[in-house]
Design a protein around this ligand. Structure first.
Ligand code: BGO
Length: 263
């Protein structure tokens, strides 16, 4: 996607401001929400300017009483964002997850950033994040905004939460090549990865790879071409048709047609 929009939500004092500052650095814009004197802060992720992050006023629930709660609720019910990052104070999860239950019910993708995990050992708390994630049906990432831990993983997980996991799975040797291109470029979008593999001029212009990245990709492609004994564009065409041949074999059956012409 051209521009991905993260909304940052959490209880007051969950560490949302600390996380927002860490994510955006100096790429912040400050204004006001329309019609109210509530400060509006947004920014771009410092390591990928295509990610915009909208900070939302800290709230305890989506039943609004204050102007801040109203702003946050209206935004969350709008179409102005793609995914919610819910900052949860790990030292006070029951109170914090009260908001989470309501965020999940909105229906947009939610990722829980379990913050303040640096305090858990000292406070004799253990949180089974796998169970938490499984029970709520949303990804959970341990972070410490204060110590700058887990932030890159949070971003990676949040990007993934945007798109369903299902993708068309091609030949393993081709998939391996796409995985390597993903590692070099930090991109996850299948369309972009495949277009890079093909050497599509428009996509390459859009993402502007460094020389080093371009060289690494050239090497990956060269190896794949050698394995397939084919050129990069034909490999993609063939992979698609091989995939479709077995797909169609599964889903299509010939029926005994009624003959229209009896001769
Ligand atoms: C004070 N770990 C720890 N240990 N603390 C954190 C973390 C974390 O991961 N993240 C945030 N904090 P905000 P909201 C403070 O300000 O970002 C701390 O309201 C203090 N201040 O440093 O403001 C963070 O935006 C004096 O702590 O939260 C801040 O969501 C003594 O949590 C507080 C101790 O973070 C709230 C702490 C003068």
């Amino acid at each position: 996607t051209e521009n991905t929009r993260f909304a940052l939500v959490g209880n007051p004092n969950s560490g949302k401001t600390t996380a927002f500052n860490l994510l955006t650095g100096s790429n912040q814009y400050v204004g006001n929400w329309p019609g109210v004197t509530v400060e509006r802060k947004s920014g771009k992720y410092s390591k990928d300017k295509r990610l915009t992050i909208q900070d939302l006023p800290g709230i305890y629930s989506l039943s609004p009483f204050t102007p801040e709660e109203n702003v946050t609720r209206d935004y969350l019910l709008s179409d102005d964002y793609d995914v919610v990052i819910n900052i949860v104070d790990a030292t006070n999860i029951e109170r914090n997850l009260y908001l989470t239950t309501q965020l999940i019910e909105i229906g947009k993708p939610v990722v829980i950033a379990l913050n303040m995990t640096d305090l858990l050992v000292k406070n004799n708390i253990f949180i089974d994040t796998e169970k938490l994630s499984y029970s709520l049906g949303v990804p959970v990432v341990n972070i410490s905004a204060l110590k700058n831990n887990g932030i890159e993983e949070l971003i990676a997980v949040t990007k993934k939460a945007l798109r369903p996991e299902v993708h068309l799975h091609y030949d393993e040797r081709f998939e391996a090549s796409l995985t390597e291109i993903s590692a070099v470029t930090q991109l996850v979008n299948r369309f972009e990865l495949i277009k890079i593999f093909e050497n599509d001029a428009k996509i390459l212009e859009k993402i502007s790879l460094s020389d080093e990245q371009a060289n690494e990709i050239a090497e990956i492609v060269a190896i794949t071409e050698k394995i397939f004994l084919d050129d990069r564009q034909s490999i993609v065409v063939n992979e698609r048709y091989q995939y479709l041949t077995s797909l169609v074999a599964m889903v299509e059956r010939k029926t005994q047609g009624i003959r229209l012409n009896v001769s």
